[in-house]
Design a protein around this ligand. Structure first.
Ligand code: HEC
Ligand code: HEC
Ligand code: HEC
Length: 188
């Protein structure tokens, strides 16, 4: 019985792959580039991400949407990952949080994702936050924590960003960002 239940999924997976292969010849890749593709089939878990991208002006993904940056310009599609996603989706083996977002986040924004040609130049990014909050020598983009520290340490694409430095310091926090609760006594 166990084996039989498992096998029931196989035709569905084969079906999904077959649809993808057939559709590939029919402009599928053009459709695939559109943000609407992401939740056309996969309402769960994609709806909240697509909604935030179009409607929640507090989100970094929205700020990119306004500049016509598509989902796939950040999420560079890789065939193996997409097949993995399709299988996980068919099996339903993912968990959603109360915010209707995936509970386990595997993607991280780093210099490879963000500081690429046509997107952000690190020189400009560093210059934009020099003497942060009017404090000389303070720069979230260039500190003893590192130059081009993983952007996800602070910036969240589909939610609230987080002033990582304030785990220890008491620097200015941009409007709408979360301020971490210090576990140690704060320094200057
Ligand atoms: C500006 C770049 C950017 C854009 C545009 C963007 N994302 Fe994301 N996405 C990220 C980053 C960074 C994360 C990691 C979590 C976070 O920061 O919210 C992420 C996480 C996700 C996740 C969770 C994935 C996982 O494995 O944890 C999904 C699903 C997702 N994005 C879907 C979308 C969809 C759908 C769109 C378009 C409607 C989109 N994203 C647009 C950068 C982006
Ligand atoms: C330690 C926290 C932190 C990290 C890590 C971080 N940032 Fe930032 N970033 C900030 C803060 C704070 C701002 C100012 C936001 C504001 O004023 O609303 C900012 C602003 C920006 C801006 C807007 C600059 C402008 O012109 O106003 C860009 C672009 C940016 N960051 C890119 C990046 C990239 C790319 C990375 C990763 C390589 C990164 N950030 C990593 C904290 C961080
Ligand atoms: C894990 C804790 C921790 C984190 C996170 C952290 N710092 Fe620090 N930082 C320190 C400590 C400890 C010192 C030394 C403080 C001292 O001697 O007064 C320091 C010193 C500094 C100094 C030298 C000036 C001063 O206040 O003494 C600057 C500037 C600074 N940090 C910026 C940052 C920035 C920007 C970030 C975020 C990217 C950051 N720090 C994240 C712990 C931290």
């Amino acid at each position: 019985m166990e084996g039989k239940r498992k096998h029931k999924k196989a035709p569905i997976i084969i079906g999904v792959v077959a649809v993808i292969v057939i559709a590939a010849g029919a402009g599928f890749w053009v459709w695939h580039e559109q943000p609407s593709f992401c939740n056309a089939i996969c309402h769960e878990p994609m709806d909240a991400y697509v909604e935030g991208y179009y409607e929640d002006s507090s989100q970094m993904s929205y700020a990119h949407q306004v500049e016509d940056v598509t989902c796939l310009q950040c999420h560079e599609p890789k065939l193996d990952e997409q097949i993995h996603e399709a299988v996980v989706w068919v099996n339903g083996s993912y968990e959603m949080g109360e915010d209707n977002m995936l509970s386990t986040v595997g993607v991280r924004a780093d210099a490879n994702m963000c500081a690429t040609s046509g997107c952000h130049g690190m020189n400009e990014v560093v210059a934009a936050t020099q003497d942060w909050g009017g404090e000389e020598g303070v720069n979230p983009h260039d500190s003893h924590q590192g130059y081009a520290l993983d952007c996800s340490s602070c910036h969240t694409a589909h939610g609230q960003s987080y002033m990582y430095c304030n785990t220890c310091h008491d620097y200015a926090v941009p409007e709408g960002w979360a301020e971490p609760v210090s576990t140690t006594a704060k320094t200057a």
